[in-house]
Write a protein that binds this ligand. Structure first.
Ligand code: TXA
Ligand code: MG
Length: 315
């Protein structure tokens, strides 16, 4: 298949309305979209990514009426979170409406919904006029793409279209909150921090409240994730480098001379913005080991911590 590159949301929308796949930019990472009402189209997402069928997808909506069309109920806590954070980098898990085929949610009775704040993503959803199911637009297990070139590296020839935009500003995926329980549960840390959520609603976090054996609440969390070809290690700034080692962090490493590449970020937001981009850059220049300085454990730093940890668990 030839993958068409375009900067036109209307052209990408045409592919989606024909039941084909189109990748598109969002403020978090690039997504790989299909018409969320079309089970056959959605199945192709799993095929193109090599994604396990038991890992549910997020449905992207343009506005509140589209949101209402994909869920059966909006709980009071969800209403408050929508009011505070939509559009933006937050995904809410709510009861799934029958208009959304089961394959979107890997057979769960719930659906993850997100309203992106990105102008190009919004233009695409408006041009479609229907909800778009989209995971991150990487091959399964790889770092999420933050540029259209990274999408092309992973999926060229496997999808119909890439809607080209700028590099994603946040660089880490959305926060996922399950709102089906009485007290919402934080399923995936992300760009909206736990502190920000807790200022709006009470949140039961997995780490704060050890839930006895509930493995399938967010099935995707159990798969290996985010790993580039190079191996990733979370370190403090004093760790001495091995051969072909790169360093990413906020503070200058103690053994600066031994690194092939050093990328310093001015704060934790820039660190998040750089992470996946740096992983892919290191891969392209043949780095064998990537040292990531342990990030501050607050705000988006906790999401960053989670991604680095999981990228380092691959081998
Ligand atoms: O920022 C983002 O969230 C990006 C952009 C493209 O929107 N998307 C993204 O999708 O990161 P993906 O598929 O890579 O991650 C979706 C996460 C997975 O951990 C999945 O298990 C969880 O959301 N999820 C989706 N629907 C769910 C549901 N109904 N119940 C529980 N977890 C769900
Ligand atoms: Mg993903």
């Amino acid at each position: 298949m030839r993958t068409v590159l375009t900067r036109s949301p209307a052209i990408a929308a045409r592919f989606l309305s024909e039941g084909q796949l189109a990748a598109f930019p969002t403020e978090t990472v690039y997504g790989l979209g299909a018409d969320a009402r079309n089970a056959v189209a959605v199945e192709q997402i799993f095929e193109a990514k090599g994604r396990p069928l038991d890992n549910p997808l997020i449905v992207h909506v343009a506005d509140e009426s589209m949101l209402r069309s994909v869920v059966d109920a909006i709980t009071p806590a969800a209403s408050r979170l929508i009011e505070a954070f939509f559009p933006g980098p937050l995904t809410l898990v709510l009861p799934r409406a029958s208009s959304v085929p089961a394959v979107v949610s890997a057979g769960l009775g719930t659906v993850g919904v997100r309203m992106p704040a990105h102008p190009v993503a919004h233009a695409l959803l408006e041009a479609c006029g229907f909800p778009v199911a989209a995971p991150s637009a990487n091959r399964s297990g790889r770092p999420s793409p933050t540029t259209w070139q990274a999408v092309r590296d992973d999926l060229d020839g496997r999808i119909a279209c890439i809607l080209q935009g700028e590099r994603s500003t946040l660089g880490l995926e959305s926060t996922v909150v399950d709102c089906t329980a009485e007290i919402p549960v934080l399923l995936r840390k992300g760009a909206v921090s736990a502190e920000e959520l807790c200022a709006v609603v009470e949140i039961a976090s997995h780490s704060a409240v050890p839930v006895p054996k509930q493995p399938s609440r967010s099935p995707g969390m159990h798969y290996p994730h985010y790993a580039p070809e190079a191996s990733v290690r979370m370190v403090d700034r004093t760790r001495a480098p091995g051969p072909q080692t790169a360093y990413l962090g906020i503070n200058m490493p103690a053994h600066a001379d031994g690194f092939e590449v050093i990328k310093l970020c001015s704060d934790v937001a820039e660190y998040a913005h750089e992470l996946f981009y740096f992983f892919r850059h290191c891969e392209q220049i043949g780095i064998r080991t990537i040292y990531c300085e342990e990030p501050p454990t607050e705000g988006i730093g906790l999401a960053l911590h989670d991604r680095i940890k999981r990228a380092s668990e691959r081998r």
